[in-house]
Design a protein around this ligand. Structure first.
Ligand code: FPP
Length: 270
């Protein structure tokens, strides 16, 4: 299964997409892809198969996002907390990542056609060395593409990311590169792994859990949050449309926030 599923929308899906696109659309959507293991249990398949189907759903969701004109997607693929799972499951997820990032290297034509730039955000030093190398090659191979962006959060938690940014600023002060008075919210944002991206407009979590689980805590302060009960491998085009509709319904009230609360949007949105 490749990173972007090649399948055209049906007539009714296209019609719905066009109706939605007449309203305000999120430019950047983040997903907490939750529920792979519950799906595996429900459908009596191995846990690893649940994660593989989770990847397939990601490829399908990316296609829908492109069809809807959503050009940036960020996904929570592996949390630092996930290292606490059984060795068998962690090894399985590392192997899945190894396969998919290696596969990415063979799919250059398709990724170039869509102009997809893939970034991996997280503390990659926590990963096995061979996986770090495959990821580095994959990221470099799509670096010049700029039509749409997929940010894969891997070995990531938001508090780790923020702590890392604080350490970077402290190092800068220590080395005399910046003054302590230069430390600010804007500088901290620039030291985050996500510094090249605008903040997500919409964050979607599947599987019915209503929490952020240490994902993009800084970046989603003013995002529209949508929690859906569907398990991630069962996610459908219609679930995505429903989430976008919820974004559109809340868009008016988000626009009414005082300008000071939009300051990061002003800095990052072009
Ligand atoms: C959460 O469901 C999902 C994960 C911990 C892994 C998500 C990974 C993928 C969808 C594959 C992505 C792979 C690449 C290479 C980008 P869970 O396991 O916590 O399930 P549960 O909530 O039912 O226990």
């Amino acid at each position: 299964m490749s990173w972007i599923r090649e399948r055209e929308l049906s007539l009714v899906e296209r019609l719905t997409a066009n109706i939605l696109k007449a309203g305000p659309m999120p430019k950047h959507v983040a997903f907490i892809m939750d529920g792979n293991r519950r799906y595996a249990q429900k459908t009596h398949v191995e846990r690893q198969e649940g994660h593989s189907q989770g990847f397939e759903k990601l490829a399908e969701t990316l296609r829908w996002c492109l069809n809807l004109g959503i050009h940036e997607v960020t996904v929570y693929a592996f949390s630092i907390e996930n290292f606490k799972r059984s060795k068998e499951e962690v090894d399985g997820l590392m192997e899945l990542a190894r396969q998919k990032f290696s596969r990415l290297l063979t799919e250059q034509e398709n990724l170039e056609k869509h102009g997809v730039c893939i970034r991996v955000l997280g503390d990659l030093t926590l990963l096995p060395e061979d996986l770090q190398q495959v990821i580095a090659k994959a990221v470099v191979s799509t670096r010049a593409h700029n039509k749409c962006f997929l940010n894969v959060c891997f070995a990531y938690t938001s508090r780790h990311e923020i702590a890392n940014a604080v350490k970077e600023m402290a190092w800068g002060v220590e080395q005399g590169l910046i003054k302590s008075s230069d430390v600010s919210e804007v500088l901290l944002s620039e030291c985050l792994y996500s510094s090249n991206s605008p903040n997500p407009d919409l964050l979607i979590r599947t599987s019915g859990e209503v929490r952020l689980s240490d994902f993009l805590l800084w970046q989603t302060s003013y995002s529209c949050l949508v929690f859906q009960s569907v398990l991630w491998p069962e996610y459908s085009f219609w679930n995505l449309c429903e989430a976008v509709l919820q974004y559109q319904l809340s868009h008016q009230s988000l626009q009414e926030l005082p300008p000071s609360l939009h300051r990061y949007d002003h800095i990052f949105l072009t």
